[in-house]
Design a protein around this ligand. Structure first.
Ligand code: SAM
Length: 317
């Protein structure tokens, strides 16, 4: 039992305490995306090693018209984990050519990212009505019910890969529960590929990913009164083929004690001990088809880039 001072603690405090007192130590990856984290992620998407954003955008640019035809119109667009919506304009412009009124609902935990998304989409697609929704997916997807008419739900950037298999199925099933038969899901998935391409994408030469990773500690220092010394942790990215995923850690470089003052918690690290901060699962087409099927969707079509590094999957509720 943790006794608390009568102050307003961040809503994620219990999750952090649970994660840092469990073995191995963990932190929820959603905490990476405060204002600074969202800006750093934007920087990551432009790195030469981070092929994901460029590749997904390439598919969208080449196939937008085909995708829109396959989805069927008219639809309202809801984008889960939209971030700054850096790729969405391409699809929205293709849709705007087929339907008079276009409603776009970017959903994200980061208000700063959503503010950028709104500005960007207004510039790229002035006819679209943009209605940002600040939400944490852990609280469910009720907002989907409140949007009338036929929907296309976008979940891009292979964000689904952050979830373990069972959690990904649970998440997609919860989305499915809020949809009507005939509604569509466009799911971006990163495909299995050699480690020498995957690892640098999560551990770039300039160290931007390391800074992004450590931002979670900086956030805990600021918001939970913690005293993590960022120089005493190193960013580690490993490809684990048996789990078909990249695993991201912050590793303590020596024995140390860290206090989280506002959570009344002190934690000890031995040298080399890690905090598991993120997973990024990589898929085969069979895995994608199975994941969608057990979540209540039918996979209709997958578009790949030339190298088949990334897939955009159209599924029907
Ligand atoms: C990997 S980024 C992808 C951003 C964008 N879709 C793209 O493809 O570039 C993941 C996004 O999901 C958001 N996110 C992470 N966890 C979330 C949660 N639990 N609820 C809502 N949004 C979340 C983050 O703020 C971030 O913008």
């Amino acid at each position: 039992m943790i006794s608390r001072a009568p102050i307003d603690l961040p809503v994620y405090t219990d999750e952090v305490v649970r994660g840092l007192t469990s073995r191995p130590k963990t932190l929820p990856c959603k905490l990476l995306y405060d204002d600074r984290g969202s800006a750093l992620f934007e920087e990551i998407t432009r790195l030469p090693e981070y092929y994901l954003t460029r590749t997904e955008l390439e598919i969208l640019q080449e196939r937008a018209i085909e995708i829109v035809q396959a989805v069927g119109t008219p639809v309202s667009i809801v984008e889960l984990g939209a971030g700054t919506a850096s790729k969405t304009g391409t699809l929205l412009r293709a849709l705007a050519r087929r339907q008079m009124r276009l409603k776009y609902f970017p959903v994200d935990i980061s208000p700063a990212a959503l503010a950028d998304a709104k500005k960007r989409i207004r510039g790229q697609c002035p006819n679209a009505l943009v209605r940002p929704v600040v939400a944490d997916f852990s609280d469910g997807f009720h907002f989907l019910r409140e949007i009338s008419g036929r929907k296309l739900v976008l979940y891009l950037g292979s964000s689904i890969g952050n979830f373990e298999w069972n959690d990904a199925v649970a998440m997609l099933s919860r989305v499915r529960e809020q949809l009507m038969p005939g509604d569509a899901l466009l799911l971006g998935t990163d495909m299995v590929k050699p480690a020498d391409i995957l690892v640098p994408a999560y551990d770039d030469a300039q160290g931007v990913t390391a800074t992004f990773s450590k931002n979670i500690l900086m956030r805990l220092n600021r918001e939970l009164g913690a005293d993590f010394d960022l120089d005493l942790f190193r960013h580690v990215a490993e490809w684990v083929p048996s789990r078909s995923r990249m695993e991201i850690f912050l590793e303590s470089m020596r024995p140390q004690t860290v206090a989280l003052r506002m959570a009344h918690l002190t934690i000890r690290f031995i040298a080399g001990e890690r905090i598991h901060t993120e997973n990024s699962h990589k898929y085969t087409l069979e895995m994608i088809e199975r994941m969608l099927c057990v979540s209540g969707f039918r996979l209709e079509k997958t578009w790949f880039d030339k190298r088949e590094w990334f897939g955009l999957n159209l599924a029907r509720a």
